[in-house]
Design a protein around this ligand. Sequence first.
Ligand code: AKB
Length: 316
Amino acid sequence: MKNVLVIGSTGQIGSELTMKLRSIYSGNIVAGYIAGAEPKGELKESGPSEIVDITNRQQIAEAVSKYGIDTIYNLAALLSAVAESKPQLAWRIGMDGLFNVLEVAREMNCAVFTPSSIGVFGNNSPKDKTPQDTIRNPKTMYGVTKVSGELLSDYYFNRFGVDTRSVRFPGLISYVTPPGGGTTDYAVDIYYSAVRGEVFKCPIAAGTFMDMMYMSDGLRAAIEIMEADTSGFLHRNSFNIAAMSFDPEIIASNIRKYIPGFTMKYEVDPLRQAIADSWPNSLDDTCARREWGWKPEYDLDSMTRDMIEQLKEKGI
Ligand code: AKB
């Protein structure tokens, strides 16, 4: 049995992760949400939910105490592009929020998963097969909070023994809950346009490679790292994980295998393009593979087939 609090349970990752955790564990899997982003449908019906605003330490502590929580998935964040328009709020959620979670975890003995991102890397990091341990000098507020979050999480482990663990997520692609305000969002939006028979206006330029991952692999990574035997760990916060890397031309031509009439034109968004240009083309995930057995299941082609099938089934 496991009692888990998911903070940010109605977001892109949280909405699927909460359901997946409920399908695996018999304990309380609590959907934490903020006012205005209430759980709906199956997410609401299938288990307990509580208002848990990450900037409110008392609310986190009350939920942990009420449900005997042993593990917190801290998924509250503003994604990279939107964080540039609200950097103060991005810091409050990403850093003050993380500090609240870690303090509650220290006092109430919880393990903590906080996702990091390819956004921790910047223009001076090696671009191809970016190593696990290398320069992390992001210029975005999103990247600044993710690097600081990695350091703070390692500090809480080393100083207080809080069981903090994390992976650096690439762009996550899913047919369930759309992302909002990320740089990699185009790789989700493109499937919706293709299935609807629309011309896709791509905000990222041809030739811009970024790491991506199908959501089912991302969920598995988040669960497997928290289940892993830590005796093999040389790292904690945070592990590079990877599944595939492509640019807009490659994903568009893969979609054309299944929807031959699909067309795309470029309307590059300078903000997103600058962020994408500062991120790696691909990550080296050898340490995650070696230290806890990480392995992706989906490549671009198997993901495309499933995305198109699922979106058609949803009636998109
Ligand atoms: C974003 O684009 O901001 C996120 C990420 C890669 O962390 N999807």
